[in-house]
Ligand binder design. Sequence first.
Ligand SMILES: Nc1ncnc2c1ncn2[C@@H]1O[C@H](COP(=O)(O)OP(=O)(O)OP(=O)(O)O)[C@@H](O)[C@H]1O
Ligand SMILES: [Mg+2]
Length: 252
Amino acid sequence: MNILSVQNLKKHFGGVRAVDGCSLTIKTGTVMGLIGPNGAGKTTMFNLISGFAKGSGKIIFKGRPTDNLPPYKVAQRGMVRTFQIPHALTKMTVLDNLMLAPKAQAGERIWNVWLRPQSVKTQDIRIKEKSRDVLRFFEIEHLENEYAGALSGGQKKLLEMARAIMIDPSLMLLDEPFAGVNPTLSRKISEYIDELRESGMTFLIIEHDIPAITRISDRITVMNAGKIMTEGTPDEVKQNRDVLNAYLGDEG
Ligand SMILES: Nc1ncnc2c1ncn2[C@@H]1O[C@H](COP(=O)(O)OP(=O)(O)OP(=O)(O)O)[C@@H](O)[C@H]1O
Ligand SMILES: [Mg+2]
């Protein structure tokens, strides 16, 4: 079954055709890599799919259209994305960043605080336990009281993924999870993704680190200049000369 199917997505910025009629489908429980040279339109694709940008085309997630929904509604349906530049709240602790995530995504109902104080309290306890479980999964539980702004680049990437996991997504879109991450942590992030995939989660992952994305992807989609060049298994994509040329430019 396809968890996501997008058809003929388009987004233009003035004369720039950032995404120019792209279609792709992702099978439930698989990892799809999305690669392509700088400016190919990958992040713009993410923005369209996750509701952060409006363009044209059809987006079907778990059998229902989402192309007119704002990002928090898309997230409520189980699709969450991370950002190329991490978005954690730097003046909050790691734990608070996680605890805030599910409420913000669910659209916090402030009147609950007055009408049902007890239930809000038990919910807080539950969310705190879950946050700690998630931090433990990513092996950063020792950082729970650190300010997010004080974390290293790699730790920020983990926090970004941890925050996304808090809403129990069925589809995660990761924008360059390996960028600026040391090789040891990079291997760990691959393992976390593998483990989450084993548990049934689906991934769409933008990445420039070709060895890393090849290692974890079932299939890879290649974008260039707003269009999808090709899609296939990592081996098929590796052997495609056009892909190499797109990366190296015309002289390639
Ligand atoms: N908000 C914007 N306003 C104007 N142009 C934009 C905007 N966002 C993206 N673009 C342009 O759209 C094209 C695609 O950009 P996008 O960020 O999607 O590429 P990308 O594949 O994610 O690149 P990278 O690998 O460098 O992150 C680029 O030419 C970019 O300059
Ligand atoms: Mg990008």
